[in-house]
Design a protein around this ligand. Structure first.
Ligand SMILES: Nc1nc2c(ncn2[C@@H]2O[C@H](COP(=O)(O)OP(=O)(O)O)[C@@H](O)[C@H]2O)c(=O)[nH]1
Ligand SMILES: [Mg+2]
Length: 339
């Protein structure tokens, strides 16, 4: 039996080996991804993002435990785009998530950055497909909040949790611009710590100011809601149905608020399905992936077809101001004759 067949039959070792193949972009991994693709599209993919230390890993563990109690199976992918080392953060996660090891209904895997963010997002997407085909009901992707990576998560996930912790007080600067735009559920974790109310207030205020739908509500222009351009993937509002991100308080270390969070996640999934937004979201995600893959493929082909010195020659000519970058590109792409 091939590794792909073994994965589909529920073999954990085959899954682990294929995750490595996919991470290393091997031909065997590519072939397996093609074989398993028809078996994907079932899992609920949940992205978890937020600043380091907010409690994402603890929260993922608490969520996994509670979801296991309902019979669901869970895969967790911990992605660290900020550090080239599989250092402290991931080691800490291993310890936090140790409670879950030994349960055949849970699979935990970490992935550190190697090369570009684009490479990481591709590897994460493929890893999620492996988990999905292996039959996990829920796939969680945890990443460190590092700007671009949140957006990359939103491109893969169906439901995005943005996790904050008290301590920022009223300093709404602490919430990076743009992060609220990708949130489907806002989580204020460490609700046992002082300052929770201030954080909740700040978040709700940010939400009211920043969320186009809520802003429209406040303005009283209900009719305009349908005309609002949907935000990036995470906020597709199919058929005009509206999702306003709920704000949920949790204490991950004592499993407090986890049931409310699971309810919010379930409601978001139900919203996506009922509104038709799930299909719209998937079609946008495929669109993005195809563009990325096409870009890579065409660039690789073009570079392979060029004479070995073509790029260096172009650079030298640009540096001597004999040509411009624009003209050089047209020439390299074969769109203009040399002249
Ligand atoms: N007091 C308190 N500490 C928490 C809570 N959740 C997580 N922590 C602690 O916060 C630290 C960072 O948690 P971790 O899950 O690694 O955060 P991550 O970097 O966002 O994944 C750990 O020491 C956790 O035990 C919580 O709800 N309350
Ligand atoms: Mg973590």
């Amino acid at each position: 039996m091939s590794l792909a067949q073994r994965l589909l039959a529920g073999d954990r070792r085959a899954l682990a080996r294929l995750l490595t193949q996919v991470e290393n972009e091997t031909a065997e991994g590519e072939a397996a991804l093609a074989d398993i693709f028809p078996h994907t599209g079932r899992a609920h993919i949940i992205g978890i993002t937020g600043a380091p230390g907010a409690g994402k890993s603890t929260l993922a563990t608490a969520l996994a435990k509670a979801l296991r109690a309902t019979g669901k199976t869970i895969a967790i992918l911990a992605v660290d785009p900020t550090s080239p080392f599989t250092g402290g953060a991931i080691l800490g996660d291993r310890i936090r998530m140790a409670d879950l090891t030994g349960d055949p209904g849970v699979f935990i895997r970490s992935m550190a950055t190697r090369g570009s963010l684009g490479g990481l997002s591709r590897a994460s997407r493929d890893a999620v497909r492996l988990f999905d085909a292996a039959g996990y009901d829920i796939v969680m992707i945890e990443t460190v909040g590092a700007g671009q990576s949140e957006v990359e998560i939103a491109r893969i996930a169906q439901t995005v949790l943005v996790v904050e912790a008290p301590g920022m007080g009223d300093d709404i600067q602490a919430i990076k611009a743009g992060i609220l735009e990708i949130a489907d559920v806002l989580v204020v974790n460490k609700a046992d710590r002082p300052g929770v109310d201030a954080t909740l207030r700040a978040l709700k205020l940010m939400l009211e100011l920043g969320h186009p739908a809520l802003r429209a509500n406040i303005d009283g222009h209900h009719g305009r809601l349908l005309a609002i351009t949907p935000q990036p993937e995470a906020h597709v509002n199919g058929d005009g149905a509206l999702w306003i991100p709920p704000v949920v308080q949790t204490t991950a270390t004592t499993n407090s608020g986890i049931d409310v969070l699971i309810d919010a996640i379930d409601r978001h999934r139900a919203h996506l399905t009922a509104s038709g937004a799930l299909a719209t979201l998937e079609s946008r995600q495929i669109h993005t992936e195809l563009r990325e893959r096409l870009r890579e493929l065409l660039l690789r082909r073009l570079l392979e077809a060029l004479p070995p010195d073509a790029l260096d020659d172009a650079i030298a000519r640009i540096q001597r101001r004999e040509t411009t970058p624009q003209r050089a590109v047209e020439l390299l792409a074969g769109e203009k004759e040399q002249g």
